[in-house]
Ligand binder design. Structure first.
Ligand code: GLA
Length: 390
């Protein structure tokens, strides 16, 4: 692996305070990754933007603030390139009051625990831990300041597998109420096979729950182009985990057979979303964890999780993961109050997320695969997104 460091003049420009304007214009391009300043955080630190592309015209931009995928441009079936993820073109967009209030987690890395922990509480080795209740009575996506809001340490790279960025973050013992110092590394690699690999590794000093994921919202017609209800979705899952009215799993693993949750054959997202169904009422819409089908003995190996096609653009997104579950969220809480990169408002269900993960609330659910990382062990998870058009 070839490490690429920032050029000396850029480092200097970034280090000298009061020279933000100079730094704004500074760009370091080494190999296939270009680095620029994305904006300044309230505490004065600067966030950077890393841009890289592949041989087939796929272009991606990632910031070290929250590890956010800021843009992802892919060709459609006629070769026209559009940005297929929701987000903003400056750091301010992600720091605004309106954004923080609605908290959609656009494109961000989620941790220490993706999705909800019931009552913001869990017990581990006889000790009870209290976490922020930042989503009604529950804890969501790591708490008040999850990994989506921290500045990661970033290193761009380019090697024979592709180009990308390695992000590191050390979550202190006790941060957001979680036990143990957690050392996290996430690697984004955009490859010439039109794949984006997201690889997660972590180690801890004390037993702790860990469930990391990526929260990109996709609209395969292009962000800002309207509803995602016509997208056809396939999820490779015979079962899902039904929830209560606060979106905490009941513990049941329920068959999708004969329900609006059966996506084993590609089906338009909107086809059954308004059916009279208690689970859809709780969503409201799809906001559920699917239990991925996995051949015996394939634990920890990549399996196909989902495939989405968009009829007008012909774009296809495929997702494979080492995780046991995937959260399908149909953008139910988007309400038009946020305006994205294209200058158009993000209305109800104009983006969807497919978050590969362990199941929500696992620290309180004995029947779910464990999310507890022990000292001496390494957390490892990988998800591969493949982009094409037909
Ligand atoms: C996840 C949750 C949703 C919602 C979104 C972000 O998908 O399950 O309920 O919080 O993140 O808004």
């Amino acid at each position: 692996m070839k490490w690429i460091t920032l050029s000396a003049p850029l480092v200097l420009a970034l280090a000298v305070s009061g020279q933000a304007a100079a730094a704004d214009n500074a760009k370091a391009s080494t190999g296939a990754v270009t680095t620029s300043v994305f904006g300044t955080l309230p505490d004065g630190r600067q966030a950077r933007l890393y841009r890289f592309s592949n041989a087939h015209g796929i272009e991606m931009a990632v910031t070290d603030y929250g590890g956010i995928i800021v843009s992802l441009r892919t060709p459609d079936s006629s070769g026209d390139v559009d940005d297929i993820v929701l987000g903003f073109d400056s750091l301010e967009g992600y720091l605004s009051d309106a954004y923080r209030k609605s908290n959609p987690y656009f494109g961000a890395l989620i941790g220490r625990y993706g999705n909800r922990i019931a009552g913001g509480q869990f017990t581990l080795d006889g000790q009870t831990y209290n976490l922020a209740k930042n989503n009604g009575p529950n804890h969501l996506h790591g708490g008040n300041k999850g990994f989506n809001q921290v500045l990661w340490n970033a290193k761009p790279f380019s090697n024979d597998k592709g180009a990308g960025v390695i992000l590191k973050y050390v979550s202190a013992d006790g941060e957001e109420g979680y036990p143990g110092k957690l050392d996290v590394t996430v690697t984004y690699t955009l490859g010439d096979q039109d794949t984006l690999s997201v690889e997660y590794n972590a180690t801890t000093t004390k037993a702790t729950p860990v469930n990391l994921t990526q929260h990109s919202y996709f609209n395969l017609e292009g962000e800002g182009s309207g509803s995602i209800l016509d997208h056809r979705l396939m999820i490779n899952a015979d079962a899902f985990t039904p929830v209560d009215d606060t979106l905490i799993p009941t513990g049941e693993i329920r068959s999708v057979e004969g329900t609006p949750f059966d996506f084993r054959q590609a089906t338009a997202i909107g086809k059954r979303i308004d059916e009279d169904n208690t689970q859809l009422e709780y969503g409201p819409g799809y906001d559920h964890n699917f239990v991925l089908n996995r051949p015996d003995g394939s634990k920890g190996e990549l399996v196909q999780a989902a495939r989405v096609t968009e009829p007008d653009s012909g774009r296809i997104l495929e997702i494979a993961t080492t995780e046991p579950g995937i959260q399908f969220y149909s953008g139910n809480f988007l309400d038009g109050t946020l305006t994205g990169k294209s200058g158009r408002a993000y209305g109800h269900r104009t983006g969807f997320a497919l978050e590969t993960q362990h199941f929500p609330d696992s620290p309180n659910q004995d029947g779910f695969p464990s999310t507890i990382l022990e000292p001496g062990d390494t957390y490892h998870s990988r998800t591969v997104y493949t982009f094409s058009a037909r």
